[in-house]
Design a protein around this ligand. Sequence first.
Ligand SMILES: Cc1cc2nc3c(=O)[nH]c(=O)nc-3n(C[C@H](O)[C@H](O)[C@H](O)COP(=O)(O)OP(=O)(O)OC[C@H]3O[C@@H](n4cnc5c(N)ncnc54)[C@H](O)[C@@H]3O)c2cc1C
Length: 425
Amino acid sequence: MTEKKKIAVVGAGISGLTCAYELQNAGFDVTVMESRGQVGGRMSSRVKDDFIFDLGADHLCNLYVEMKKYCKEFGIEWEPMRFLKYGVFRDGEVLSMKDVIGKLSKVRLTLQYLSTRDVGNFFNLNELAQHDKDNAYDFMKRRTGLEVSDYFVDAFTSTYQFHRSDEISLGALFGIMQSINRDQKGWDLHRTKGGMQALPDAFADRLNVRLDNPVKEVEGGEQVTVDGEKFDAVVLASQANRTKKFYKNPTQEQKKILDSAKYAESISVAFRVDRSKLPDTAIVWVPYVQSEKISGYVNEAMKGEQMIHDGKSLVCVWLHEEYAKMLSKVDDDKVFDAVKKEFVRVCPWFQSVDEIESFDLERWPEAMPKFYNGYLKTAKEFIEGEGQGAQNVFFTGDYLNSPWTEGALRCGQRVAKQVTEKLLS
Ligand SMILES: Cc1cc2nc3c(=O)[nH]c(=O)nc-3n(C[C@H](O)[C@H](O)[C@H](O)COP(=O)(O)OP(=O)(O)OC[C@H]3O[C@@H](n4cnc5c(N)ncnc54)[C@H](O)[C@@H]3O)c2cc1C
């Protein structure tokens, strides 16, 4: 019997775990190395005072079809949120999506939606690289006016990506617009019962994972070495800028993609509040023109009884990248105080900071990759060129596919196929 080929996967985020699982199923001997004390990376949770604090990714969509398959396989319940209404903060009020912009803006936005067809799949941004010709903010300002750009495109981008929409490629914008228009109900929010940690934990239960194992040095070649240990191949599933630090001999193509990847920073700040003070609004977008500090906030009571204890529930507040950077070296207590002050300004359901209790926070130096104008082409070139798999070193992660957990997971699946093809050919 021939010995199984050995593969190391560096990083136990959802992309690395998915890739590792698929590689193990394909018959390889896989070891996952993770620097933190828990798996999941930006898709993870912490349980405190009976509350589940989802530290990074907070909710999932019904059109995460690949993720749903694993949940079904592992017996993880895929639950709908109890309520789904969105709000947008504008001049002291939280308005519904349909009321936040005027009639003319609505007509112009609808026309743009109708003309955005057959552009490519949002969960594979390579397909959208041909539209990588402008940035979303400027394009929409010209086509639909400033109001749509500020209160829709920029507000959406800030809430979910923590940076402005002038750093989002037109290709990414087209992909999401087509999907919203076509998949409508597919965007209904869901969660995995037990919190975001459920799926990463289920993967880890089936894999050989070394926790608290920060990898310091990887060298590619016929045999790859990971901190001195030899493998037939390695999948670097860590954030691009971290990969850059420990991967010692990248090829030119590999170096180019690692240098091109940029991230927005954020902090997820959780407050404990009276459930009765919050209406059934799930998520509030806070446009940058209304706050340069808070990008959006999420009413965790939408996740049901598991998230309500003694009449209290959580609100998760996300910060814009520059503000998060400003607070990166500030003590937690001061961060809570500063964010509370801004929160009562952009959340009309609270009048005073005394109504809000500091609960927990998580800092994310690499919260979201930026799919900026020009990046989609660079990523496509890398994926289809010589870089992926050169020196038996492969890369995976959201930054190589599309935003959010489903983008990261699908990238893991795709890379597992590439590794398999190369190693078994
Ligand atoms: C605040 C916030 C809110 C979000 N909200 C949503 C949401 O609601 N829905 C959604 O779908 N997505 C959301 N996202 C995005 C989503 O979480 C990410 O796109 C996805 O989880 C990225 O997965 P990944 O595997 O590519 O990267 P990561 O999860 O970052 O995984 C990389 C892993 O590599 C590890 N690592 C790094 N360096 C080393 C090293 N030297 N040695 C060993 N291990 C290393 C890291 O510790 C990490 O575990 C959110 C993200 C944030 C930060």
